[in-house]
Design a protein around this ligand. Sequence first.
Ligand SMILES: O=C([O-])CC(=O)C(=O)O
Ligand SMILES: [Mg+2]
Length: 226
Amino acid sequence: MARVVVDAPRTDPEMAAAFAALGVATTHEAQGRSGLLSPRLAARQTGASISGTALTCEVPPGDNWMIHVALEHARPGDILIVTPTSPCDDGYFGDLLATSAIARGIRGIVIDAGVRDIVVLRQLGFPVWSKTISAQGTVKETLADVQVPVVCGDRVIRPGDVVVADDDGVCVVPRAAAATVLAAARARAEDEEHKRGLYAAGQSSLDISPALRTGLERKGMSYERA
Ligand SMILES: O=C([O-])CC(=O)C(=O)O
Ligand SMILES: [Mg+2]
């Protein structure tokens, strides 16, 4: 039996939104280099940087009915996560569904399958991370689960987890870890800001981070004159 989990708990929307300014690389590093979705889920635009709470949706191959169901349960600040129950490249999502998603406060879509109407999606400014682009249409015949834990881009995503997406890819932060990872990501961003100033002033990264130099010696790097 397929089911929709209604009012699933989610990360505080303001906290989830704060990750966008930090970005995917920093978030991923701040949680111990984890959470990154497969790079096959590529940005279909340039310059979009979003974060929000996961609204998850399973779809049978070639059938987008459950995306319509998921949109009905959208809350402002959600990011739609769509995963087929077995691999499929069809164009599940296009400009009509995007128009509805925007109206319902959804910030973007991450889909381990295809999207279509890509020119209009870009014109709408609705950001997409997808496995592919395909005009292949889908039917509305078979049920699947909405707002349940899914595997998307080879990572488990639970309803209400934080999803961060930009030109570097997509990263998931489990709801229970969001506050800790946000604090670690902010600290990392501050540290990088400091280093950026030193790098720009011409300082060597080996001087700024002495471990990089002592590590070379410890591992036996030798220097020879040409
Ligand atoms: O309607 C569909 O099946 C997908 C689509 O093209 C749209 O959302 O515009
Ligand atoms: Mg269309």
